[in-house]
Every structure is written in C-alpha cells, then in structure tokens.
Ligand binder design. Sequence first.
Ligand SMILES: NC(=O)C1=CN([C@@H]2O[C@H](COP(=O)(O)OP(=O)(O)OC[C@H]3O[C@@H](n4cnc5c(N)ncnc54)[C@H](O)[C@@H]3O)[C@@H](O)[C@H]2O)C=CC1
Ligand SMILES: CCCCCC(=O)/C=C/[C@H]1[C@H](O)CC(=O)[C@@H]1CCCCCCC(=O)O
Length: 265
Amino acid sequence: MLKGKVAVVSGAAQGLGKSFTHILLENGAQVAMLDVDEAGGQELQVQLNQQFGLERTQFYKADVASELQFTDVFQKIVSKFGHIDIFCNNAGIVDEKNWEKTVSINLSGVVRGTYLALDHMKKQNGGKGGIIINVASLAGLGPLPSAPVYTATKFGVVGFTRALSMASQASGYGVRINALCPSFVRTSLIDSFNQKEKTGNFHNLAAITQSLMEKFPIIEVEQVAKAFLHLVKDECVDGAALLVKNTGAEYVIFPKDMETTPISI
Ligand SMILES: NC(=O)C1=CN([C@@H]2O[C@H](COP(=O)(O)OP(=O)(O)OC[C@H]3O[C@@H](n4cnc5c(N)ncnc54)[C@H](O)[C@@H]3O)[C@@H](O)[C@H]2O)C=CC1
Ligand SMILES: CCCCCC(=O)/C=C/[C@H]1[C@H](O)CC(=O)[C@@H]1CCCCCCC(=O)O
C-alpha cells in the first residue's frame, strides 16, 4: 500500500501518465498530475475525485520544457501536499520535424524534473528519500530508424538514469532512480509514427515502423502500469531499466564490458 505517499506524474492527462496516476490512486497514494493539456487534466481530476474522493488528486498545468513553469508548479505541489515521495517523469512526444522541441521535452524535461525532485527528496537537504521513475522506451535500448531524435532522447534518459542512480547511491541521497522502457503501447503517441508532420524526413520509413509493431506487438497501458507499480514498490531496485513487452516485464542486463572489434591503425 502507498497510503500517505505523495506522487507526481508528468504528462498525466492521458495515455501512460493517466494509467500510472490511476494505479497509484488504487494503491492509496495521493497524486499531483502535471500536463500542458489543461482541459484534459481538469476533466480527469473531476473524474478521479468522484472515483477516489476529494483531495486525492490535483491537476497542475505546466510545460516540462519550461524551467519557470516546472519550478513554479513543483513549489505549489510541495506547498499543498507537504512532501513528495514518488516522482514520475513521463511527459514525452514524437516530433522528428520539430526535433529541438522533442529534445526539450523528452530529455531536458526529464533532467529538469529529476533535479527538482532530487533536491527536494535527498536526505542531505532534510528530505525523506524516495523514488524517481523516468519513462524511456524500448527505443532507449535499441534504435527506432524512423525516429532518430526520439531514439536519442530515450537513450539519453536511460543513460542519465543509470549515471544519476550511481551518483545518488555514492552520495547517500536515499533516492532510487529507475527507467521504464515499454515497447509500443496503445496510446495516441504511436499515431505520430504515421504522421508526416511528426516523422518529417523519415515518413518514407512508416512501413518499417509498421513491421516493428508486428515484431513488438502493441501492449495496453494497464500492463505498463503494473510494471511501473513494481518499480515503485521494490525498494531493492535502483539504476535499473525495466523493459515491458507483450511477453512480460524484464530487467535489462547491461554488459559490464563492451564488446568491441579491434582495427589496425
Ligand atoms: N505509446 C508508446 O508506444 C510508448 C510511449 N513511451 C513514452 O511514454 C510517455 C508517455 O507517452 P504516451 O502516454 O504514449 O503519450 P500520450 O501522447 O498519450 O500522452 C502524453 C502526455 O504528455 C503530455 N505532454 C506532452 N508534452 C508535454 C509537456 N511539454 N509538458 C507536460 N506535458 C506534456 C500530453 O499532453 C499528454 O497528456 C512518453 O515519454 C513516451 O515517449 C515509451 C514507450 C512506448
Ligand atoms: C536488452 C534488451 C534490449 C532490447 C532492445 C531492442 O530490442 C530494441 C529494438 C529496436 C530495434 O533496434 C529496432 C527497433 O525499432 C526496436 C525499437 C522499437 C521502439 C519501440 C518504441 C516505442 C515507443 O517509444 O513508442
């Protein structure tokens, strides 16, 4: 049970963020939902208040790409709930045309959110410790050819999470940091892979993406939410990447030594 725990989920108005919010509420936590979609977020808050009771959920409008907005909303959340135990950097987009926006949201937004949460949670600052979960992707473990920038941001999230987890352990912060790496999930995001305005130069590769979706069949948000909950609850897991596919969830074993082929120079 997560009774007494306070969670923050970015990109919570729909898709995976909505399902993470739901499973956290079902397990007793209070959840601050953050999203740029004000109408969707407000509507979801009304619905969740009816289902779980008032004061369990609060929606905040903020763009994770904006230092000002994210910091401001973070302070508001701490003022309302008193503390934060669980922080999920979930907001993300696919936009290969406007690739700088993709980097700002998918990678800079994750770094920003993680540092805000870490500063608040770490024991050195009087915090109680906690857990940060960064939503990466299977595309953070292997390249998705139709979305090179999306792939880069997700590799970045996995690398950032692993390095920061080691830094947190070495510094005694008491904060666990893990990455969640789902394969294709049935949300509106995967429609982006078919849209020319999102895939830009790589629209011609839509058929490759389609065949990859056959190789990695689309899974449902509820399955990813169960894996998410596992990461929240398992206090032994730190610095991990949890892959979620149609066949189940598995921790990635990263090689200790890189495999290389020598060349003569
Ligand atoms: N759907 C999929 O196949 C997979 C998704 N993911 C990742 O999961 C995360 C969630 O994606 P989905 O739920 O599928 O997408 P979605 O498009 O259904 O939901 C994303 C949510 O993030 C919000 N958002 C977008 N930009 C934002 C910003 N700048 N600030 C705050 N909120 C913002 C949107 O308004 C939306 O509510 C993303 O990081 C995505 O890369 C990872 C693997 C697979
Ligand atoms: C140790 C397990 C690593 C598994 C990595 C893997 O299987 C990667 C596969 C990619 C392959 O290189 C070609 C692909 O397209 C795979 C990535 C598929 C990305 C799904 C992205 C879903 C999303 O974020 O929307």
